[in-house]
Design a protein around this ligand. Structure first.
Ligand SMILES: Cc1cc2nc3c(=O)[nH]c(=O)nc-3n(C[C@H](O)[C@H](O)[C@H](O)COP(=O)(O)OP(=O)(O)OC[C@H]3O[C@@H](n4cnc5c(N)ncnc54)[C@H](O)[C@@H]3O)c2cc1C
Length: 501
């Protein structure tokens, strides 16, 4: 029960607790932040507030059959905690890994679940954030103050996924479900299921249910690039057979994967046609020469303009090949009682329709922010390296990479935050505000991301809500791990872009 949604009166908070640092969210970023703070800033008092009833974020919310990572866990895992098994992992395996991090480092005592933060107000006279939250279990208002706010709220609204408004949806007699809110009681055995979407979620879900369903159709408006391969990393298996220390294996495999990814990413821009043909050859190899790969698996965009999902052991393609699943590339005209009418005139009959159509962007955890009483209009700020924002004091934000694992950046941002906190302590500063320097004032401002460079639907739909970027590395989220791994640790905290008080 969400007490705020239910419109129940929430009594004013009785007490206020104070912490040096307050982390929003106990997903992979927030738990990582808590770990780094414990290790790098011992003695700092901190609390992690989490709306859900446990840690994990994405991996707790998503419960559809087959839910798994789409990048490898050697890099999606933390740099400090070795990953010991196959690179593509299920949500359950990721939760168990995160559970070990929580247990081994005594983090549980710092995390408060079922705390939905609704308001964050900065006061310059006190140099403090006041955080208002609702205890969703008992409907009680609680208040905290903190010197530093560490936003690890992810990028999408957890309560509800994005479903477009199609004509006639009400007339469909079967069930319509979104993978983000997968009903526990959904019986799909021997049913005809249509999964709308072409991203990683659709690609994961289809093979996971194909064996049980009467038939599964993946319905897409346009195709996506996929990479296929074994869900194994040979060098990791070899080193493990030699009983090499797991910490070493983790480090070596991370380095190898990151190196290969950097080569792949740069090739996607320097020789996109060749990369495209390689990706298509992988698909063709599993579907056979008679399959119309051009129609169903050849996107109109160039490789890497959207995330490329990895299909472990080609499972999606195997289920298409065996006839348990099929792909239809067409446009939805409307929903009808028995299925989906397509632009081509064909009716796709279905008992269940799954809308794997993406996320609702949530920029700052749907929290009402204000600074000295004035509402914060986030889209009017300029980002400092995708981590802080002009005019917003004592706040860091974790927004990971699109083309590399999110956690690589969560670890880097954590190092930056811990260094900044130490710097403030050394200087005796109570406030740090990113500020455009004189030489930045006439800088042309751009959208948060360049739509030509990366353009998934949830970001395009929400671009107007996101902060602006500039044309210098300081004022951009470059999306480039290989530059940032050296640039972020080298940031000069006495640069005039940081104004201390
Ligand atoms: C199915 C799926 C697979 C994915 N696979 C990969 C992958 O393989 N590799 C990769 O790099 N990325 C992947 N991603 C992207 C993934 O979401 C991120 O990489 C990562 O999990 C984000 O972690 P996070 O902790 O930053 O955010 P989240 O996992 O979104 O966690 C944020 C937490 O903050 C809490 N929160 C938000 N607002 C509030 C509030 N107002 N009050 C209190 N709590 C709040 C939320 O409840 C949530 O628990 C995947 C995403 C999905 C959906």
């Amino acid at each position: 029960m969400d007490w705020t949604d239910a419109g129940l009166a929430v009594a004013a908070p009785q007490t206020t607790e104070h912490f040096d640092v307050l982390i929003v969210g106990a997903g992979i970023s927030g738990v990582g932040g808590a770990y780094h703070l414990t290790l790098q800033r011992p003695g700092t008092s901190f609390v992690v507030l989490e709306a859900l009833d446990g840690f994990g974020g994405t991996w707790r919310t998503h419960r559809y059959p087959g839910v798994r990572s789409d990048s490898d866990l050697y890099t999606f895992g933390y740099r400090f905690k070795p990953w010991r098994t196959a690179p593509i992992a299920t949500a359950a395996e990721i939760l168990s890994y995160m559970g070990e991090v929580v247990d081994e480092n005594g983090l549980a005592a710092h995390i408060r679940y079922r705390h939905q933060i609704t308001r964050a107000s900065w006061s310059s006279s006190d140099n403090l954030w006041t955080i208002d939250a609702t205890r969703t279990d008992i409907g009680e208002a609680v208040r905290f103050t903190t010197n530093f706010l560490w936003m690890c709220q992810g990028y999408y609204r957890h309560e509800q996924g994005y479903t477009p408004d199609w004509l006639g949806m009400d007339s469909f007699k079967g069930r319509i479900v979104h993978p983000q809110t997968w009903p526990d009681d959904l019986e799909y055995r021997d049913r005809r299921v249509v999964v709308i979407g072409s991203g990683a979620t659709a690609a994961t879900l289809v093979p996971a249910i194909a064996e049980d369903c009467a038939h599964v159709t993946l319905l897409q408006r346009s195709p996506t690039f996929f990479r296929t391969g074994r869900n194994a990393i040979e060098i990791a298996d070899e080193l493990r057979a030699l009983e090499i220390d797991e910490g070493w294996i983790h480090e070596i495999v991370r380095k190898k994967i990151l190196y290969e990814q950097s080569v792949f990413t740069s090739r996607a821009f320097t020789e996109p046609e060749m990369v495209k043909q390689e990706l298509l050859a992988g698909v063709r190899g599993l579907l056979g020469p008679d399959y119309d790969v051009e129609k169903d698996f050849t996107p109109s965009y160039l490789p890497w303009r959207q995330r490329i999902a990895f299909i472990p052991d080609g499972d999606l393609l195997q289920s298409i090949r065996t006839g348990r699943a099929s792909v239809v590339t067409d446009v939805i005209e409307r929903f009808e009682e028995t299925g989906i009418r397509l632009k081509s005139g064909k009716l796709l009959e279905a008992d269940i329709i799954v809308t794997a159509t993406g996320f609702n962007l949530s920029v700052l955890g749907d929290i009402a922010f204000s600074i000295d009483g004035a509402p914060l209009v986030f889209s009017e700020t300029v980002t400092y390296r995708g981590m802080m924002f002009t005019g917003v004091p004592n706040l860091a934000w974790v927004f990971g990479y699109f083309r590399a694992s999110w956690t690589l950046r969560a670890d880097l941002v954590a190092d930056f935050v811990c260094r900044l906190l130490k710097h403030m302590e050394d200087k005796g500063a109570r406030r740090v505000v990113p500020t455009l320097r004189p030489e930045d004032r006439d800088m042309p401002l751009r959208p948060w991301i360049d739509p030509e460079n990366f353009n998934p639907g949830y970001l395009m739909r929400g671009l107007s809500l996101l902060p602006k970027a500039g044309d210098k590395p300081e004022w951009r989220h470059t999306q480039d791990y290989w530059t940032e791994k050296d640039a972020l640790p080298a940031i000069d905290l006495d640069d005039p872009a940081f104004v201390y008080g």
